[in-house]
Design a binder for this molecule. Structure first.
Ligand SMILES: [Zn+2]
Length: 363
């Protein structure tokens, strides 16, 4: 049997180990090649002229031959005015993209020896590049849709092996004096005051996945969005925005998807009975995405808040979509997004208190 690509040496063409052996200069020239495609000509970010501008090798900067302004390889990118060395950034990016279940800021901070806040902003910028440059071309062929609940999980009451004296006293009193009215049924823990508050942070991650036409290849492209609930209006809106009219849709039996049949060929699998209909209808690829995102939540980041849920969900969607690429190809794919992102809109000035406001719903 042929070896799986991800087990082969070819998939490990640019690993953290390789980058650890690079010099600062090697890392710098890697950035240069990712930005301008070669080492000899650069595009001036101020006037846009492509030329072999004057290189000031000590400062690793260029001076434009036409407008005289200085620029560096990170000018006008999310890493503008960087303080981190290129090599450290390369290592950070490599460690960030090598895992299938995401990366937490605190772990990256330990791995590349930076402050946790620095790592948080660094990862935030990478996620921004992925989100702002994601492909929203319409999904074709077979498309699976589903919604998963994330965040705001109710917690069980912390029962200790401690006798509840008040309850025992009430019970004894009830036995001694049956005229006392029995107390009403206790509220379920999910509806306690704390849990009602907690549940306000719950969101639905809606996932739309285009499936490979060939069998057993899984999903090809993934688009995610965040909704307040799994409802018909939002499902229809997302489907119109992201799904080609000629596609056919597979969902579960949730009522939110019932009306899709009005516009698309639509099949539903009833999860209470089976996961896979005898005729093949299923939504296993949508479930597969949630499985990864859930493991990222439980096993890597540990905490999901509505504010950055979209960033994280899209991060995981991207990881799914590039899962068959080698490390070097993933690196180039991420760099292409970094270089066309422009300055960071959401993370610039974070340390000065400029935090992004609000959350992304139905993006
Ligand atoms: Zn210029």
């Amino acid at each position: 049997m042929a070896q799986h690509f991800l087990l082969s040496a070819a998939s490990r063409d640019l690993c953290a180990y390789d980058i650890a052996g690079w010099s600062e200069e090697d890392a710098f020239w890697f950035f240069v090649e990712q930005r301008w495609g070669n080492r000899n000509t650069q595009t001036c970010p101020s006037c846009g002229v492509v030329d072999a501008h004057y290189f000031r090798s000590k400062r690793l900067q260029w001076r434009c031959r036409h407008c005289d302004r200085s620029f560096s390889v990170t000018s006008g990118t999310p890493f503008d005015s960087r303080k981190m060395p290129f090599r450290k950034m390369m290592l950070g990016i490599s460690l960030y993209l090598s895992g299938a279940k995401g990366k937490s800021a605190i772990q990256l901070a330990r791995e590349i020896n930076v402050n946790v806040k620095t790592a948080f902003v660094f990862i935030g910028k990478l996620r921004e590049c992925l989100l702002r440059n994601r492909s929203v071309e319409k999904l074709c062929g077979q498309v699976q849709i589903d919604g998963g609940h994330f965040g705001g999980k109710p917690r069980k009451k912390n029962f200790r092996n401690r006798p509840d004296h008040a309850a025992i006293a009430n019970k004894v009193e009830g036995i001694l004096n049956p005229s006392i009215k029995k107390q009403g049924k206790k509220r379920h823990y999910a509806y306690s005051k704390e849990n009602v508050e907690r549940r306000k942070k719950r969101r639905i991650v809606m996932v739309l996945r285009e499936i490979y036409p060939e069998e057993k290849r899984g999903a090809r492209r993934t688009i995610v969005s965040i909704a307040m609930s799994e409802n018909e209006r939002d499902a229809i809106e997302l489907a119109h925005r992201y799904i080609d009219p000629d596609a056919y849709i597979w969902t579960d039996e949730n009522t939110a998807y019932g009306q899709l049949s009005a516009w698309w060929e639509h099949e539903a699998v009833s999860h209470s009975e089976m996961f896979y209909r005898p005729d093949g209808v299923n939504e296993n690829q949508a479930e597969s995405y949630f499985s990864r995102l859930r493991r990222c939540e439980y096993g890597v980041v540990h905490r999901i808040t509505p504010k950055y849920l979209m960033d994280l969900s899209n991060d995981m969607a991207w990881r799914e979509d590039v899962r068959r690429l080698s490390e070097g190809e993933k690196m180039k794919e991420l760099f292409s997004k970094i270089m066309k992102n422009g300055l960071s809109r959401w993370w610039r000035g974070y340390f000065q208190g400029h935090h992004r406001e609000g959350e992304f719903l139905m993006l």
